[in-house]
Design a protein around this ligand. Sequence first.
Ligand code: GLU
Length: 373
Amino acid sequence: MMDRKSVLSHVETVVVKVGTSSITGGANSVSVEFMDSVAEQVKCLRDQGKQVLIVSSGAIGVGLAAMNAKPKPKEIPIRQAAASVGQGILMQKWNESFEKQGLIVSQILLTYDFYSDREKYLNLRNAIQTLLAYGVIPIINENDVICVKEIDAMFGDNDTLSAYVCSKMDADLLIILSDVDGLYNRNPKIYPDAEIVPVVTDVSSVLGMAGDPTTRVGTGGMKTKLKAAEICHEAGCNMIIASCSEPNGIVRAVNGDDIGTIFLAGEKERKKSRWIKAAHAKGTLIVDSGAAEKLMKGNVSLLAVGVRDVIGRFERGDVVNIESAGKVIAKGIPDYDSEDIFRIRGIRSDRIEAVLGHKSYDDIIRSENLVLM
Ligand code: GLU
């Protein structure tokens, strides 16, 4: 039987994600009691020698309440305005709670590109490592004021954001504190005999338990949590979903008590592969069925001869989708830009130089720069 204590015995870096309903306790303003308890538990973990980062939601909810605004679901500008009001209030409250524990906090507001832009990621990692070295608690949120779904630049939910943070910071454990107790095998609002699934080894086997978020049933919000679990699994990070009202829940989760649901980490996928998978694709290479078949076998490179078409403009080193029969089958980093690939599409590698007047590689994308989706 899986023993949580031994699974978690080597945990050094923990990311704790707290949702809006946990922070507000369902009311209009922040719950000082809850935030104090988080700060106390983080202090306890730090005393055990662990590094802790927090991903805190609540900016929009707290801001809307402060502005006495009640926008319709699609009214994005009010939410962005509210986020800028609420974020300040939120940080003030976190500061007060952590001050009681003698700890300093820092605010980090992220947009999606920290994941796909290597320079931004390195800057972020350096900043976070320095903060941790100084004993500061980083408190992360999405930069909601400038993130808009329509421009494909928004995480939209902090479950996903926190999983990406774990992946990038090589965290060992993500704890999602929520108003649900864990993953249920069926909707607990409809089925009183629904039970919590204590351990998940294979996330794909429980995707059906997420429920439909539009119905806002008891398992509502579980879809994004399961997506987070998938990201964590690939990043070699364990994840626990637990109730925010579980007394001392953070410390107990880290120390291996059987609370909520634990999603076990998979083997760490190469960092580069994780990065390629999550990066925003700048263009698409359409490949023929022969090339697609070869790629699907894994560990091969993409040759010009298999490329049928090029969509979008991109430079060498950008990430692109590789598509066959209307489906993205892989992603990769080409060694030629979009114009060159367009010119050499469909030709054999030994003719590249004759067509382009130069040649960097035989392959359009080398195998080490390719990941299957
Ligand atoms: N970033 C949003 C906020 O601070 C929360 C997103 C979420 O609830 O996951 O209000």
